[in-house]
Design a protein around this ligand. Structure first.
Ligand SMILES: *[C@@H]1O[C@H](CO)[C@@H](O)[C@H](O)[C@H]1NC(C)=O
Ligand SMILES: *[C@@H]1O[C@H](CO)[C@@H](O)[C@H](O)[C@H]1NC(C)=O
Ligand SMILES: *[C@@H]1O[C@H](CO)[C@@H](O)[C@H](O)[C@H]1NC(C)=O
Length: 480
């Protein structure tokens, strides 16, 4: 396919970045803007995504809300640092851009909230006739793509930059110039910054929709998806085509530190058992404890990291759910389950959700709390757009030392994922926890799919082994 040859062109373009040895890796610190998650806001944001999922093929997940994990992206010469949402549900890397050219203008924006291309000596937009421009959706509102062709002459050919417009499932979008500039990422072993002479990203001059309204905290997105423009696709081939992260529970005090790591050859690391730095050794050892499940492909949404859920247990007892409920139809793209760091809650097929809920309701003998009631402490509901509710919220003050029921997901290949209850019984107020799962109705458009969001992934090392088409996870890899 044409896209794979373009992918190759892009990689060649990036390899000039520096001769990093295979098995080396890079790290970017992960953090959250606000330590706690506003469950109401998360629910509203995530639900919007699922109401608008009819827009297939799906470009990307929505990425709004307080429950986002951010990374610091250092771009330009000299480097400017911008906080981006780390999103496995989309491909494009983009930053909010400003056309400012003077210092007083720069100072009008809070530090780190916007990228100033004119302050970078190495920034340049791709031209519309550059092959890279075919990697991003054109901005059809500017009609510039119509003016641009290889045989074209005159000003259009000389001056028309590559206009992109990238849309998210909640109808948020970013548009601007698809560009390239240097980027700086720290080598995880040596601690020395590695400068990439050219990383491709969107310079977003017009960004709109719920994901990018002010106050959310992100000033762009670091797409970590499977497509050619994503950050690991661009950098990963120099570093083993693997990336990994630990999303930690930032309500813990003091807030833990964790990293997005790009690279690290899983096989090589298993053999090396290095005598190198402690960080490297700890990281390598955590690879021994990984359970793997294959990544599945959907022709319709090739950017997503689909995994196969085969069965569900509650406190070790399997629920009787037909495996077909979870099946991914890889030709129509319907069904399946996506690992998505950009969604906060988790979504399961309606049939599975109802059974889990019923089992939880049967086992949990705690006073029920209506989430609409006082004490939840969060955002005022918008009467025009009533926020959907959680089906099971309980008062846990009487729980004592007892645990809430343990949910287990059995993945294809036999790997068992058993997150602690805090990953799906999420605090919604003082002493109140809600089952942070939502049903996905087999929708009108037939493209509903399950999502394992970032709360569900908390406290586990997740390794996306893109070369071997598998994802590994481990409860013990998240300590350092
Ligand atoms: C490309 O540009 C040339 C010269 O301006 C023009 O003749 C041709 O029709 C254009 N092709 C397309 C597909 O627009
Ligand atoms: C679709 O699924 C089938 C059966 O699991 C598999 O053999 C095939 O390779 C898949 N197709 C794609 C495009 O991944
Ligand atoms: C939870 O239970 C405790 C003890 O019974 C009670 O004091 C508290 O008000 C309850 N909280 C809510 C939100 O109902």
């Amino acid at each position: 396919m044409a896209s794979s040859s373009l992918f190759f062109v892009l990689l060649l373009f990036l390899i000039s970045a520096g001769s990093q040895s295979q098995g080396s890796f890079l790290k970017l610190q992960i953090f959250r803007q606000t330590p706690s998650v506003d469950l109401h806001q998360a629910l509203r944001a995530d639900a919007v995504r699922h109401n608008s999922i009819s827009s297939s093929p799906l470009v990307s997940a929505a990425i709004s809300g307080s429950g986002q994990y951010l990374v610091h992206f250092k771009v330009g010469t000299p480097a400017q640092t911008i906080a981006l949402v780390a999103d496995t549900g989309s491909d494009l890397v983009w930053v909010r851009c400003s056309a400012c050219r003077t210092r007083p203008c720069f100072l009008r924006h809070p530090l780190g909230s916007v990228f100033f291309p004119r302050a970078s000596a190495s920034f340049a937009p791709f031209h519309c006739y550059d092959s890279h421009c075919r990697l991003v959706p054109p901005d059809i509102t500017t009609a510039s793509h119509l003016k641009c062709n290889r045989s074209g002459e005159g000003p259009a050919r000389l001056h028309t930059p590559c206009h992109y417009r990238y849309s998210y499932a909640d109808l948020s979008s970013s548009s601007g110039f698809f560009s390239h500039d240097s980027a700086t990422v720290e080598n995880a072993v040596s601690g020395i910054p590695v400068k990439f002479s050219s990383v491709a990203f969107g310079c977003g001059f017009r960004n709109s929709g719920p994901s990018f309204s002010s106050g959310v905290g992100a000033h762009g997105v670091m797409g970590l998806g499977r497509g050619p423009t994503s950050f690991p696709s661009q950098l990963g081939n120099n570093f083993g085509n693997v990336f990994s992260y630990c999303l930690k529970d930032y309500t813990i005090s003091p807030p833990p530190i964790s990293y997005l790591l790009i690279g690290g050859d899983v096989r090589q690391h298993q053999q090396q058992h290095s005598r190198r730095h402690q960080f490297s050794r700890t990281y390598n050892e955590s690879f021994h404890h990984l359970s793997f499940t294959p990544l599945l492909n959907s022709a319709l949404s090739p950017s997503f990291y689909y995994v196969g859920v085969e069965s569900v247990t509650v406190d070790g007892n399997p629920l009787t759910i037909e495996p077909s409920v979870f099946a991914l139809d890889n030709t129509t793209g319907s069904g399946g389950t996506v690992l998505d760091s950009g969604t906060t809650l988790s979504f399961l097929p309606e049939v599975a959700y109802r059974q889990i809920l019923a089992e939880m309701e049967r086992i949990v003998r705690l006073p029920r709390v209506s989430i609409g009631a006082a004490g939840t402490g969060s955002g005022d509901p918008d009467p025009a757009n009533p926020s959907p509710a959680f089906d099971l919220c309980v008062n846990v003050t009487g729980l004592g030392g007892k645990q809430l029921p343990r949910l287990g997901l059995k993945f294809r290949g036999g790997a068992m994922y058993s997150p602690p209850p805090r990953n799906y019984f999420v605090e919604a107020g003082d002493g109140v926890r809600c089952l942070a799962l939502q049903p996905v109705a087999p929708s009108k458009s037939d493209s509903g799919f399950g999502v394992l969001g970032n709360l569900m992934q908390q406290g586990f090392l997740f390794v996306f082994d893109r070369d071997q088409n598998r994802v590994g996870f481990s409860r013990t890899g998240c300590t350092s």
